[in-house]
Design a protein around this ligand. Structure first.
Ligand SMILES: [Zn+2]
Ligand SMILES: [Zn+2]
Length: 303
């Protein structure tokens, strides 16, 4: 099961309604955390997210609204004596800030952290098989957007299997892609169909750029910053941010199924305005609110 819980929706300054940004993503068996802004630990508690299961933390960039909650999360995981290692994926140019955040207060660190500094965009190898890609955005300081894709997996079509093939052999077939059976080679693609791979796109913070479209391409859920409304388009450009209209255009041109807007400027108190604006371009748009839950659609079996 895949789902998102929005932990915060504020850019720069939080408000009574909006915490700094933060996003929790359950990707089947893995719990991932994106951009823990200030207050993220408490938001996890508020929205009943089990902090102990977090396996990977993604930082897009080191502006405070995207990372000031990291020390609390790390210390909590350590306090809880979490056994699994926690991987942190972040721009290498911000390494100094990451180390500062982790070492900003006295605590006995029990946590094993695996660091994945990104030196250049592309695929990031971690200790799981989900596909993780980082894309360079345009935000004045080095910032990466992320794209998460299911690994390639196959559904065996029983009617295509030769008679007499034991079930135990199917594991080997899935693993190796081919097995020998009664003097013949059986190839996986001949007897199975690939499962549909789901895609999550995360694009925050940036001005309009080519890579935003690549992150959003065919995404089942595309989370995009929308700091401003189009009435403030020149401000958005000056501060390297997007408007709701631009987010709608990215989602629409990239064939994203569901657009979720977040990272709102404190100058606007109503989230509906963002949704209304982007919906004119991309009808399946929702403006996020703190605590919002988005469940990915079930994948239908292809035969
Ligand atoms: Zn921000
Ligand atoms: Zn920023």
């Amino acid at each position: 099961m895949k789902k998102i819980i929005i932990l915060g929706t504020a850019s720069q300054v939080p408000s009574r309604q909006r915490n700094h940004v933060g996003l929790f993503l359950r990707w089947d068996t893995e719990d991932l955390l994106f951009d823990p802004g200030e207050g993220t630990q408490r938001q996890l508690i508020r929205f009943k997210v089990p902090v102990n299961k977090i396996k990977k933390i993604f930082i897009s960039h080191f502006h405070g609204d995207h990372c000031l909650g990291l020390p609390g999360i790390i210390q909590r995981l350590s306090l809880n004596q979490v056994k699994h290692p926690v991987e942190i994926i972040y721009p290498k140019t911000g390494e100094k800030f990451l180390k500062n955040l982790i070492n900003c207060a006295v605590f006995h660190n029990n946590l094993k952290i695996i660091y994945h500094p990104i030196e250049e965009q592309g695929e990031i190898k971690t200790n799981s098989d989900i596909k993780i890609q980082a894309y360079l955005l345009e935000h004045g300081i080095e910032t990466f957007g992320y794209r998460i894709t299911d690994p390639i997996t196959w559904n065996i079509v029983p009617s295509k299997l030769p008679k007499g093939l034991r079930k135990q052999a199917l594991g080997e077939l899935k693993k190796k892609g081919v097995i020998d059976f009664q003097g013949k080679k059986i190839f996986l693609h001949e007897v199975a169909v690939p499962k549909k791979r789901q895609i999550f796109g995360y694009c925050i913070d940036t001005k309009l750029c080519e890579n935003a479209y690549k992150i959003a391409k065919d995404a089942d859920v595309f989370v995009c910053e929308s700091t401003y409304l189009s009435s403030e388009e020149s401000l958005a450009l000056n501060y390297n941010h997007l408007t709701a209209t631009q987010a709608g255009e990215i989602a629409s041109k990239s064939n994203s199924k569901q657009l979720i807007l977040t990272h709102f400027s404190q100058r606007y108190s109503k989230n509906d305005l963002f949704e209304e604006e982007a919906k004119k371009i991309h009808p399946t748009t929702l403006a996020a609110y703190d605590g919002m839950e988005i469940v990915f659609p079930q994948v239908k079996r292809q035969t």
